[in-house]
Design a protein. Structure first.
Length: 183
């Protein structure tokens, strides 16, 4: 009889891991299926590289102009043209990288605000689920989803927000653990 109970426990443990991992994958696959991630090539069109040979005996001193400096400080990339000697001259500033990075940061923030509540909901569902090992699978899946969503957005948060988000998630997990153990 004991061997049969041991086999049953291992099956339940396997199901806990399966439910938890598949739940987290399902959440993020669903988000990415219906919410498009920004694509770099939409923001930054590849411009054909063109160079002009520098004429013999011409010394092109690369001087950084105020426009170059302002462009760089604002997160852009300087675009150059060529003069009759073949030397670079400042033409314009391209902000496609900055625009792409801003859109990506907003996307990661939104994924966090979609996935984190789903993770918390899964943890709560796990607490009330009547079949214990399925409930544990939902709880682990919710925790995994919460960690994954926080990790995606973590680098874009301010240091104060990082602390606050981790503190809130930690308090919620402690509260849930207390309620689960107390029961």
């Amino acid at each position: 009889m004991k061997q049969k109970e041991t086999k049953s426990k291992w099956k339940e443990i396997a199901m806990v891991f399966g439910i938890s991992i598949m739940f987290a994958i399902l959440v993020f696959t669903g988000i990415y299926a219906f919410y498009d991630e920004p694509k770099y090539d939409i923001f930054c069109k590849q411009q054909p590289y063109r160079s002009m040979p520098v004429k013999a005996g011409v010394d092109c001193q690369q001087v950084q102009t105020a426009n170059d400096t302002r462009c760089w400080q604002d997160g852009g990339m300087s675009i150059y043209d060529y003069d009759s000697q073949g030397c670079n001259i400042y033409k314009s500033c391209d902000y496609c990288n900055k625009e792409y990075n801003d859109a990506s940061a907003k996307f990661r923030r939104n994924v966090f605000f979609i996935a984190a509540p789903i993770g918390l909901l899964a943890i709560i569902v796990g607490l009330i689920w009547l079949i214990d090992f399925i409930g544990v699978g939902f709880m682990f899946g919710g925790i995994l989803t919460l960690v994954w969503s926080t990790g995606q957005y973590f680098g874009d948060m301010s240091k104060e927000m990082r602390f606050f988000v981790i503190l809130v998630e930690f308090i919620i997990l402690l509260w849930i653990a207390y309620k689960k153990v107390k029961r």
